[in-house]
Design a protein around this ligand. Structure first.
Ligand SMILES: Cc1cc2nc3c(=O)[nH]c(=O)nc-3n(C[C@H](O)[C@H](O)[C@H](O)COP(=O)(O)OP(=O)(O)OC[C@H]3O[C@@H](n4cnc5c(N)ncnc54)[C@H](O)[C@@H]3O)c2cc1C
Length: 220
């Protein structure tokens, strides 16, 4: 089927599904809201509305990435909320699908799609924003592990995340735009501290994340 007609049939089917599966009003308490949006993500996933452009063998539907955009547009038109794990779905998942090893894809993609594992992305630092090559977080090989030290900021979803994609400098001698690695890091690793950033509206959607001799084993 051509991409445009497939996208049109996805839109029609999703509109029908949404009328029968309205998520209703979301709780105002941030933690309850997060859990409700995780449940919503699971419902969307089980109904086949997530991972549309990703390979079938890792839990996707083998379609075109534009199919997923059609789904997001229909959710917005229906004023339905977005799923809880958006950072994973839109940024980290596609990176793992494109660049991860087969083992990493088998391990991470399904739980990321289902909302069983929430991801955050720790790139920005207090002195490394637009100029990301200024980042100072380091990861040094020690035996079979990388040892991470440094501080991140503006990490969306940090307090909810089970996993984090961390950028850290692994080659101190490389030119500043090189020698940086993308580390898939469990947020419960000893030495990781999350400090929520309190926004002026009282919400706390971001966090500072501190890495104090955090060992990430089995890193290639
Ligand atoms: C809603 C939201 C969610 C975010 N979530 C995450 C996240 O999950 N993980 C994460 O790592 N980061 C996250 N960020 C941080 C975001 O990526 C940073 O805001 C970004 O890296 C910019 O960094 P900065 O705030 O230090 O601004 P700076 O880089 O210091 O920029 C400040 C200002 O200077 C301007 N500027 C910068 N360089 C130049 C230049 N060379 N020439 C001219 N002007 C320049 C910029 O345009 C900007 O106006 C999030 C930000 C927002 C707003």
């Amino acid at each position: 089927m051509a991409a445009t007609s497939r996208s049109a049939s996805i839109r029609i089917a999703l509109r029908k599904w949404l009328t029968a599966n309205s998520p209703g009003k979301q709780p105002s308490d941030p933690q309850e809201r997060h859990e409700a949006l995780r449940a919503w993500q699971r419902q969307l996933w089980q109904a086949g509305w997530l991972g549309l452009g990703w390979p079938v063998e890792y839990g996707g539907h083998g379609g075109d990435p534009a199919d997923q955009i059609a789904v997001y547009q229909e959710l917005a038109l229906a004023k339905a909320p977005l799923p809880a794990g958006l950072v994973g779905l839109d940024v980290i998942g596609p990176t793992i699908v494109e660049h991860g090893s087969d083992e990493q894809k088998q391990r991470f993609v399904r739980p990321l799609l289902a909302g069983d594992e929430i991801w955050c992305q720790a790139f920005s630092e207090p002195d490394a924003g637009s100029d990301l090559a200024s980042l100072r977080t380091t990861a040094v090989l020690d035996g079979d592990a990388l040892v991470v030290n440094g501080q991140k900021v503006w990490t969306s979803m940090a307090k909810h995340a089970h996993w984090c994609a961390v950028l850290a400098r692994t080659d101190a001698d490389a030119p500043r735009h090189k020698g940086i690695s993308y580390l898939l890091t469990p947020m419960d690793a000893p030495g990781i501290t999350v400090r929520p950033v309190l926004q002026i509206n009282g919400a706390s959607e971001f966090g500072e994340v501190f890495f104090d001799n955090v060992r990430i084993p089995g890193t290639r």
